[in-house]
Structures are given as C-alpha cells and as structure tokens.
Design a protein around this ligand. Structure first.
Ligand code: CAA
Length: 384
C-alpha cells in the first residue's frame, strides 16, 4: 500500500544528506581513488574526511555518542562514498557490520565501552565470522573459545577480515560448545591489543584494493568473560541477524559503484565522436544506457525497501536483505561491465575509472554471503 511506499521514500533530510556526502566524496575521497587502487593502500584521506564530518560510523545510536542515522541514511552515505571510491565505502559499511552484533545483542556495559570510541572516530570495528575452511558454511567454524574462570581463551584463524589491522575492535564468532553446530557458537569482542592477536599478510585482490583484507590469528587470546556478546550459544544467530541488516549496506555499495560507472559513461558518450557525431547519438549506445539506468533504478528501489525493513526490523527483512544484496550486486556487475564496453579500448585502461569500478563491483557478488547463498536465504524466507 501507499504507507509502505512512504516508509522508504527518502525524506528531505535524506536528500540533504546525500548532497552533503556527495560534495565531500567528490572533493576529498574521489581524487585519491585511483592512487589508492594502484598502490593498494588504505584510504587514510577518506577516513580523515569521513571522521571529520561524523560520517565514518553514522549508524551508532545517539545514546552511545553516535549520530543515530537510520538505515536509509546509512545506505545513502555508503552509496555516495562508493560512487567515487568503493574501498573507502567499506569504512562506514564495515564499522556497521563489526559493531551491529553488539548493538543488537550486547550488554549496556559493553555497548558503552566500545561504541563510544567507534562513534568518536578513535576506533574502527571489524567482523570475524569466516575461516579458511568455513566460508558459505559459516556454522562449520573451528575457532574455539574455552571458559577458564572469569575468562575465555580463544584459539583459531579468521579469514577475509575486512579492515583487519586497521580496526581496534573485532567481533569474533567462536565455538563454545562443540557438537552443537550453530547453537554452540558465541560472539565476543576482541581488541587488537589483546595479547595473542596478530594478522596475516594483506590479500592481493582483484578490486577494493584500498581496503585491507587479512587473516586474524588468535593464539591463546585470554579475554574477560564479560566480553561475550549476549548469552552463550547465541553467537551464530546474532551473526546471521547482523547480516540481514548489513547485506543492505552491500547493496548500497553496489548501487554507488554502478552509479559512478553510469555517470562516467553518460558523460563520455557525449564527448566521444565517431562517424562524425557523438556516439551518444547512436541508438545502440542509447539502448545500453537505458538498460543500465533501468537496472540501477530497480536495484535502488529494492535496496531502499530493504532499508525500511532494516529500520523497522520487519519480519521480511531476511528475504529483503538477501534480495537487495543479490540483485544490486548483479546489476552493478552488469552496469560496470557495460560502462567499460561504452568506453571501448579506453575503458579497458587505468587511464579511466570504469575498469576499477568493474573490478570493485565483483566483490559485492561474493562477500557477506555469495549470491548463491543469498538464494538459499531467500528460498528459506520467502516474503509473507
Ligand atoms: N536471523 C536470526 N537467526 C538466524 C538467522 C537469521 N537471519 N538465520 C539463521 N539463524 C539462526 C537460527 O537460530 C537457526 O536455528 P533454527 O533452525 O533453530 O532456526 C540457526 O541460526 C542455524 O541456521 P541455519 O540452519 O539456517 O544454518 P545453516 O548452517 O544452514 O546456514 C546459511 C545457513 C544461510 C548458509 C549461513 O551459513 C550463511 O549465511 N552463510 C554465508 C555466510 C556469510 O554471509 N558470510 C559472510 C561473512 S562477512 C564478510 O563477508 C566479511 C566482510 O568483511 C565484508
């Protein structure tokens, strides 16, 4: 009905936020995107600019010192940063992913202790679910947390950890009760400075090269028992619930990458002349742009609907989060590939940004659950 529509239509404030983030991103983040990719270095300029404008972790509730942005506002921030630099958009996105287990299920003490520094920009948060042998089958993890008096002792290897080494805090899912599979997994906050925490070499990736991806090693890491998030055995459910919300942010990232590629291609085809006229005047080119814009708009509407469900913790969120992530990432892959096609040989070179966007788009079909896993999730949670 129309009330459903109103729930995800951006308000005037959302539009103002978009304008503000777009200006900031174009001025302070976009100019470094090519170098960040080429040198595979952390986008420090982006972190500084986002932090200075309180955009590095907009989702943190006001009561913990944050700005308390709603899910749609968070999507808009990520979208606009990804439009100029996908690597940089992982700063607000993974800060939400890493801290959402705490926001959803943590004690007041833990929330106060860890969300304050995140909100202030003194610390970033990463999320440690995957392992070398437990990717799609996340519940097959082996990392152990063993209770010892007032502590837990953690041992294991986490893999594909975004912003590892840069983040101060890590939400780590670990097995507390072997043999119970998902019901024997618990979530903990681990600090970078906890003795026994170390990191692997940065992965050499196809795209999002500015966002460090490393293994996290836990070697007899002893932490106070009150660093457990929620009750023992609830860690897997919390991890899945978190992904329901944050798959919407990956959809946002895909939208932003695709919008960046479409905007660039739109400008290019008006400038580029062949056969005596701008190639934008050829219907073959016009049809490509029409398809790109159509797919992008469809993906955006689904993503904003999912954001509304994320905000209200609607019972259909699991389906919508998976659907938005799956649909928007597939759209982004198609749109960025077409953008390269529209630029022809130039599009295939690093002198133009679209090949980077195409490489960056690919990961959105893979992380926070492959698009094959999204289909499993959707099939098990069809809308009511
Ligand atoms: N909300 C709340 N609880 C949930 C849930 C949800 N959406 N989904 C599952 N659970 C809980 C339930 O309690 C369930 O128990 P019940 O059967 O009693 O309901 C329990 O978890 C086990 O669930 P499943 O039986 O569905 O578990 P499964 O082993 O069949 O796995 C899966 C399901 C969908 C395949 C899941 O393993 C999955 O999502 N895999 C992909 C993992 C993933 O997305 N990883 C990404 C890591 S993050 C990342 O990419 C890093 C980055 O930095 C960007």
């Amino acid at each position: 009905g129309s009330s459903e529509f109103d729930l995800y239509r951006p308000s005037e404030e959302h539009d103002m936020l978009r304008d503000a983030v777009r200006s900031l991103a174009e001025a302070k983040i976009g100019p470094h995107a090519a170098a960040v990719d080429e040198e595979a270095r952390f986008p420090q300029e982006a972190l500084d600019a986002l932090t200075a404008s309180d955009l590095h972790a907009v989702h943190v509730p006001e009561q913990y010192g944050g700005t308390g942005a709603d899910a749609l506002a968070t999507v808009i921030v990520i979208e606009e940063v990804a439009r100029v630099c996908a690597s940089s958009s992982l700063i607000p996105a993974v800060n939400k992913l890493g801290s959402l287990p705490l926001i959803l299920s943590g004690s007041e003490e833990l929330k106060t202790k860890y969300l304050g520094p995140l909100a202030k920009g003194d610390a970033m948060f990463s999320y440690c679910l995957s392992e070398p042998d437990a990717g799609s089958d996340a519940a097959g993890m082996k990392t152990r947390a063993v209770r010892d008096g007032d502590s837990y002792v953690l041992n294991g290897v986490k893999r594909w950890i975004t912003n590892a080494g840069v983040s101060e805090y890590y939400t780590v899912m670990a097995v507390t009760d072997p043999g119970k599979r998902s019901k024997g997994i618990s979530a903990f906050v681990v600090e970078k400075s906890d003795p026994g925490v170390s990191f692997g070499a940065p992965e050499k990736k196809l795209g999002i090269k500015g966002s460090p991806t490393r293994e996290v090693y836990l070697d007899n890491v002893r932490i106070p028992a009150d660093r457990m998030i929620g009750a023992e055995g609830t860690g897997f459910a919390t991890a899945m619930q978190t992904l329901d919300h944050t798959r919407v942010t990956i959809a946002a990232q895909a939208l932003g990458i695709a919008q960046g590629a479409l905007d660039y291609a739109k400008g290019y085809v008006q400038e580029r002349k062949q056969f005596g006229k701008p190639i934008a005047e050829f219907q073959g080119v016009q049809f490509m742009l029409a398809d790109m814009a159509m797919k992008l708009e469809a993906a955006r509407q689904l993503t904003y609907a999912a954001a509304a469900k994320s905000e209200r913790v609607d019972s259909d969120l699991t389906f919508f989060g998976a659907a938005a992530k799956c649909y928007a990432s597939d759209a982004a892959m198609e749109i960025t590939t077409d953008a390269v096609q529209l630029l022809g040989g130039y599009g295939y070179t690093r002198d133009y940004p679209v090949e980077r966007m195409m490489r960056d788009a690919k990961i959105t079909q893979i992380y926070e659950g492959t698009n094959q896993v999204q289909r499993i999730v959707m099939a098990r949670n069809l809308p009511k």
